[in-house]
Design a protein around this ligand. Sequence first.
Ligand code: GTP
Ligand code: MG
Length: 197
Amino acid sequence: MIIKSAEFTVSNTKISKLPLPELPEYAFIGRSNVGKSSLINMLVDVKGLAKTSQKPGKTQLINHFLINKSWYIVDLPGYGYAKSSKSNRSDWAKFIRHYLEKRESLQCVFVLIDSRLEPQKIDIEFCCSLGERGIPFILAFTKADKQGAPKSQQNMAQFRKELLTHFEEVPQMILTSAENQLGRDDILTLIDGINQN
Ligand code: GTP
Ligand code: MG
């Protein structure tokens, strides 16, 4: 798929103010600082479209970006940000759960996992919560440029193994890097395929 246009549409904290669910959308979610906003910028090839930061907790709102005037990418705040207060975290959970469960136009969730780490409990639990709700998701492993391929492959294999203790089948896994565009074609082809159906 060729990206012809990518524009910021709206930031929200309220489900009621989201754009009308008339176009297919794809949400990007994962731990704070895992690289959600960077991956989005890499996919659309626009630096700075989604705001990134070295400090976790940058994305606090639900941000819609309209792509090729025909589908949305949604940048969500990260989970597991230790510095946010407990009530903040439970607000996040409620808001995101509501969004994920009710958003009719949501086609698929990209769950981002740091490829440098062994399986983290919080990520496995999040995948399980999607599985329990029947929400389709794909795993995108981020920051592949930060270590050699064997290490990433090893962590991905371990994540798969861990998921297989909870699921019969494991969703698709894609290794990505916002630095060198690894995984870009795979993700865009996947989205294109879903949009065509
Ligand atoms: P929150 O919005 O705070 O939840 O973070 P986020 O998941 O959107 O992460 P963000 O894209 O802001 O990236 C966090 C940090 O990781 C930034 O310093 C990025 O430059 C860096 N980063 C993200 N992706 C990559 C990558 O693929 N390679 C490298 N080397 N650095 C990356
Ligand atoms: Mg972000």
